[in-house]
Each structure stands twice: as structure tokens, then as C-alpha cells.
Design a protein around this ligand. Structure first.
Ligand SMILES: [Zn+2]
Length: 388
């Protein structure tokens, strides 16, 4: 794949018709999976002979493989083609406050290697950076994925991130720009993005937001953030910090938020808030994931807490709906598995606050990708960058 991209670039102008067609065919397969010649031709507006020649060229270059016959109601089963999964790989890294997760994905975005560590501490900058640098080197060596087939590494990092400059402003600032420092470590292209925005990118390409142009993605996890998809594009804002929904002023309370302010929405709607509320009720400290797992036992107190949290979230989302007029709100993040329960309260909350006409036009859906949204977003980010 890297070799093909090099060849495309060296073979005349990048904008030549043939180069564009090759990139377009690869992009179509990356997003849509196996397709017939007719589907390629329809999508790319090509004649059947031209489309057939293009697919054959990609097969000759071992970029495409014949993926069998598709069942068809009409009786004639068309041959379908897909990307050769082993010609390119993407590494996705999720860096959160207390955990690190690494996936290696093939070109069909299947996970071929996985690593997770929950004792990671991103606030210990040197230790966290050294661990990440060493771990990627070890994983690439032990995974048997050829190094020259890795198209890039996308890092989803919590906090303020400017993806254009490659700078993480909240964590690992000592190694700024983080992309440059890590590229020097690994010799592989590195991209960074805020974790919520990468999840939204995953949802836009492969999840509930696929084919939609105006969507608000909500990352309800340890913290709370949103990502705005407007006209089909992720809105980063002037400095790349858009979506700090958890830190909007939502109420008068005395809880100090992680940002240092009082009254932030995140102090009542987030994993951290759940831990606080639970501690106040039961005088017991538990990680929010463990508290959420009690939903399996039908814990009534927990249900009441989550209902109230859902309503509060919905109230604030009502304002977001009034401003952005989205067609859909997707609820994702670590709360995804309890979000179906919270959906009624969220809808109730935002129906009370938003303007009726805008609310009526906006669906609320639960992420179908769950924890994989961020890795699929990493996959999309890298492939979009290398095939731009
Ligand atoms: Zn805050």
C-alpha cells in the first residue's frame, strides 16, 4: 500500500485522472467493504469497461482481492472485490487519564493485535511517554506486522488537542509537538486528535452517523465532551478545542470540576460525577465502571442516579440542539451499555429545553460501535491522511 501510494505520487501529477480513480476506488473499499464492478462503476461514475480495467489493475497490484460471489435475489450472483487486508495496517492508540489501549487494525479495519493497561497514569508525563514509546516498538516487533506496511499511528488523547499542529495542550506537553517527538521515536507517521473527535470520526464513517451531515456525538465517559459534525465534517474550532461541553456552566453547585471551575456540567454528568454521588450516598469509593456494572443487578438507587443524570444531560443538549439544529444525537463513550436505559431521561430533558420544531427533527441514538468507535476513528484519520 505504501509502495502504491508512492507510485501514484511519482507517476505524474497527483491530480491526474488515473491517480484520482485509484485513490477513489481504494477509499470506497476502505469505507464500504466488498463491492461488485457495477457498484464501483456507479459510485465512481465510470463505464463498465473502465471500471473493470481499474479493478483489474488493483488486483494485479495485489491491492484488491476477489472476495467471492454475493447472494442476489435475481439469481445472478455478482463477483465482489475487497481490499487485500494484509497490505496495510493502522495503529490506534487511546490515551486516557488512567488507561492506555492500543489496537493494530488491518485494511478491513479488523483488529489483529490488541493491548490494554489500566494502571497507566498520563499525568506522570515522562513515565507515560517512555511507556508509550517503548510499548509501540515492542508491539510492532511481536505482532509480526511488517513495519513498512504500517500506514500511520493515530493517537486519541484526552484534553485539549490541536490536531493540525500536532500539539497536546493538556497532557504530555513536555514532548511538544507530540506528533514530531513520536515520529522521531518510531519513524512512522503520527497523528493526534482529541478522543471524542476520533470517536465521532468513527461514528461518521462506520456507525450511527454514517451518511448523516449534521450530528452531535456525545462522549459520556469519565468526563463529558461532544463532537460536532456539521455539513459532514468534524468541527474543530479556531484552535481545535471545540466540544468542551462538560465545562459549560450548567448549575450552581460547590463541586470543583477538574478544570478548576464550579458549576460545570461534568460535575453532575460524567463518570467522575457518578463516583462522587456514589461516595456521598454509600460512603464508598468505587471506579465508575464498577458502579455502572451494578445496573446488571437492577440497583434501584443507581437507576435513579442515572435517570437524573440523563435528564440533566438532556437539558443541556436542548441548548446544543437549538444552536446547531442536528438531525441526530449519538450517545457513546463508556456509558454506552447503560445509555439505552438513560435514553428516555435524555429525551425528556432535551424536550423540555429545546425548541419543539428542532427537537422533533432530531433523533437520539445509542452508539452501535461502543468502545471501538475511537479505534475506527483512528483508522479513518490515518487512511484519510495518507489517501488525501
Ligand atoms: Zn469544568
Amino acid at each position: 500500500m505504501r509502495a502504491l501510494l508512492k507510485e501514484i505520487e511519482q507517476n505524474g501529477s497527483n491530480r491526474s485522472r488515473k491517480n484520482q480513480m485509484l485513490r477513489q476506488a481504494i477509499k470506497f473499499s476502505l469505507h464500504e467493504g466488498e463491492k461488485s464492478i457495477t457498484e464501483f462503476c456507479k459510485h465512481m461514475r465510470l463505464s463498465v469497461p473502465t471500471g473493470t480495467k481499474l479493478v483489474q489493475e488493483l488486483i494485479d497490484k495485489k491491492i484488491f482481492l476477489e472476495a467471492g460471489k454475493r447472494d442476489s435475489a435475481s439469481g445472478r450472483k455478482p463477483t465482489v472485490f475487497d481490499l487485500n487486508p494484509s497490505i496495510g495496517y493502522v495503529i490506534g492508540v487511546e490515551l486516557l487519564l488512567n488507561s492506555i489501549r492500543i489496537n493494530i487494525l488491518n485494511l478491513r479495519h479488523e483488529v489483529v493485535f490488541e493491548f490494554k493497561n489500566d494502571s497507566f497514569d498520563i499525568s506522570k508525563e515522562d513515565e507515560a511517554y517512555r511507556f508509550l514509546a517503548k510499548k509501540i516498538r515492542e508491539l510492532v516487533q511481536s505482532s509480526a506486522v511488517p513495519r513498512d506496511k504500517i500506514l500511520g499511528i493515530a493517537i486519541a488523547i484526552t484534553g485539549r488537542v490541536d490536531s493540525k499542529s500536532g500539539i497536546s495542550y493538556t497532557y504530555l506537553q513536555r514532548y511538544s509537538p507530540l506528533t514530531v517527538s513520536l515520529e522521531n521515536e518510531w519513524g512512522i507517521p503520527v497523528f493526534i486528535e482529541n478522543d471524542t473527535r476520533l470517536m465521532a470520526l468513527g461514528e461518521r464513517r462506520f456507525g450511527m452517523a454514517k451518511g448523516k451531515s449534521d450530528v452531535i456525538f456525545v462522549n459520556l465517559s469519565q468526563g463529558l465532551g461532544i463532537s460536532i459534525i456539521s455539513n459532514g465534517l468534524i468541527h474543530g474550532g479556531h484552535s481545535g478545542f471545540a466540544g468542551e461541553f462538560g465545562h459549560i456552566h450548567a448549575l450552581e453547585n460547590e463541586r470543583i470540576c477538574v478544570c478548576g471551575k464550579k458549576g460545570c456540567l461534568e460535575t453532575v454528568v460524567s463518570g467522575l460525577a457518578l463516583e462522587e454521588i456514589y461516595k456521598e450516598r454509600y460512603n464508598m469509593s468505587l471506579p465508575y465502571e464498577q458502579i455502572l456494572s451494578k445496573m446488571e443487578t437492577g440497583d434501584k438507587v443507581l437507576k435513579a442516579i442515572l435517570s437524573s443524570m440523563g435528564e440533566q444531560l438532556g437539558n443541556s443538549l436542548g441548548t446544543v440542539v437549538d444552536i446547531f439544529n442536528p438531525e441526530m444525537i449519538v450517545i457513546g463513550g463508556s456509558f454506552t451499555h447503560v445509555a439505552e436505559f438513560m435514553k428516555y431521561s435524555i429525551i425528556k430533558g432535551f424536550s423540555l429545553q429545546g425548541l419543539p420544531q428542532l427537537i422533533a427533527d432530531c433523533e437520539v441514538e445509542i452508539s452501535s460501535l461502543g468502545g471501538q468507535a475511537v479505534m475506527l476513528g483512528s483508522f479513518s484519520l490515518v487512511t484519510e491522511k495518507v489517501l488525501k
